[in-house]
Design a protein around this ligand. Structure first.
Ligand code: GDP
Ligand code: MG
Length: 435
């Protein structure tokens, strides 16, 4: 669905005029894409209304970049669908935090219990797992196997037939031992049955969880909303984990799960193995779904921030790419706002060397310091780089000579890109692996 929305956005970018008709067409495409991704009709209608309310063509001053404003409104509304505006639950130190997992059979509960336990264990929490699935044959053996692999204490019993008793006993044991996080795995059924919800509600009453996590398979389709709703009405769901996002799932169910439970998605499962758990971020989720299909939009957005000096642009595309041009380019990127946000917007860019290193000690900033230590002649390409110059620049900027070398290599890369034509759009292509 991301692709369809991004091509709709791209079509808008390429259309010469923006009027009611263009917008209606865009909204229709966005709606179709979401509907195909199993987002419920009522949500889609709500979203379209929200978008329409924010786009007032007659009030947009001439010269405003309408395309960019519209694109941003659509993007933000998609993110809003995934963000219930609730702060996710966090465990408290100095007590036993009880987490209960619920979801249908096969959703990925037992796998996710282990992943989450492993996640907290790595952060230094004293963690334990409890098996309260007495329904499925081999459920305890599976949890035991997982827990052993992750080296996490566990409780369960092959002979116990009462899930409520098993949950109660396990929680009691680990509470006494002073475990800080106790995760209780429950059973699911193939269908939504009243016995299942009754069982969940009874377990909840007995163990009094601090958080109930609803686990949903990302590929379940239209049933997502009802399923999430059914769990929400029987237990106090506080968070959501969406699994199997590594497959070719359309992901729209995630939106329905949030809408039904009014709870934030906290993690997504991205594989069968214990470390395959990613912290959920609505912005990057939507960006990834939109993919780099909207490269036009991205280029337009970059160019909007600081329109490049036309002369410099011409020179660059003629192949006279200097360190000074590079400095201007970097400055533009930095002007766009926090780098992390930019990288989130354009996931492919995170592979670019200059964006490595995280916000605080970003490579880009180091490169800027190096560029600051160059003389005008060096910046303008009137003096060729050589080892002694590079060493002087390194000393002057307080950076490692290796980084000056890296920067010189980067400049060569940029030079090639601009020679091929297209400037920043080439940059986008490179970042996205040529999409
Ligand atoms: P449960 O019945 O809800 O406890 O589900 P399980 O944890 O037993 O998982 C059911 C199946 O889905 C197993 O084969 C898991 O390996 C698989 N699975 C769970 N999470 C993921 C995921 O994020 N990605 C993939 N590819 N498989 C998953
Ligand atoms: Mg299970």
């Amino acid at each position: 669905w991301g692709n369809q929305i991004s091509s709709a956005l791209a079509a808008m970018s390429n259309s010469t005029i923006i009027n009611e008709e263009t917008i209606n067409h865009l909204l229709k495409e966005v709606g179709n894409a979401l509907s195909r991704a199993d987002v419920s009709m009522s949500l889609i209608i709500k979203m379209r209304k929200n978008i329409q309310a924010q786009i007032k063509l007659d009030q947009m001053a001439a010269g405003l970049n309408k395309r960019r404003i519209i694109r941003k409104v659509v993007f933000d509304e998609l993110i809003k669908l995934l963000d219930p505006g609730v702060t996710p639950w966090k465990p408290t130190k100095g007590k036993s935090n009880i987490i209960m997992f619920v979801g249908l059979q096969g959703a990925g509960k037992t796998t996710s219990v282990t992943k989450l336990a492993h996640f907290y264990k790595r952060k230094g929490w004293n963690t334990a797992m409890v098996c309260a699935d007495t329904f499925r044959a081999g459920a305890f053996a599976q949890l035991q196997h997982n827990a052993t692999k992750a080296k996490i204490p566990f409780y369960g019993s092959e002979s116990e037939k009462d899930p409520v008793a098993a949950a109660k006993k396990g929680v009691e044991i680990f509470r006494k031992e002073g475990a800080e996080i106790i995760i209780v795995d429950t059973s699911g059924r193939h269908k939504q049955e009243s016995e299942l919800f009754k069982e969940m509600s009874e377990i909840e009453t007995v163990i009094q969880p601090d958080n109930v996590i609803f686990v949903m398979d990302s590929s379940i389709g239209q049933a997502a909303y009802d399923q999430a709703m059914a769990f929400k009405t029987s237990v106090k769901v506080g968070s959501v984990i969406i699994t199997k996002m590594d497959g070719n799932s359309k992901g729209g169910g995630a939106i329905s799960a949030v809408a039904a439970t009014q709870s934030p998605i906290i993690f997504i499962g991205s594989g069968e193995h214990i470390p395959d758990l990613e912290i959920f971020n609505p912005t990057s989720f939507v960006s990834k779904l939109l993919g780099l299909g909207d490269v036009n939009g991205m280029v337009e957005m970059i160019q909007d921030v600081v329109p490049p000096d036309p002369n410099a642009w011409k020179e660059m595309s003629e192949g006279n790419f200097t360190f000074r041009n590079m400095k201007q380019q970097f400055q533009q990127i930095m002007n766009m706002g926090p780098i992390e946000k930019i990288v989130q917007m354009f996931p492919g860019m995170s592979n670019m060397p200059m964006l490595q290193g995280g916000e605080g000690n970003l490579k880009l900033k180091a490169y800027m310091t190096i560029l600051d230590s160059m003389t005008d002649d060096e910046l303008d390409g009137k003096k060729q780089m050589n080892p002694s110059r590079m060493l002087r620049i390194a000393r002057g900027s307080g950076r490692h000579p290796r980084e000056v070398g890296e920067l010189t290599e980067q400049k060569k890369m940029f030079e090639k890109m601009f020679k091929k034509g297209g400037g920043l759009s080439n940059l986008a292509n490179m970042a996205g692996g040529g999409k």
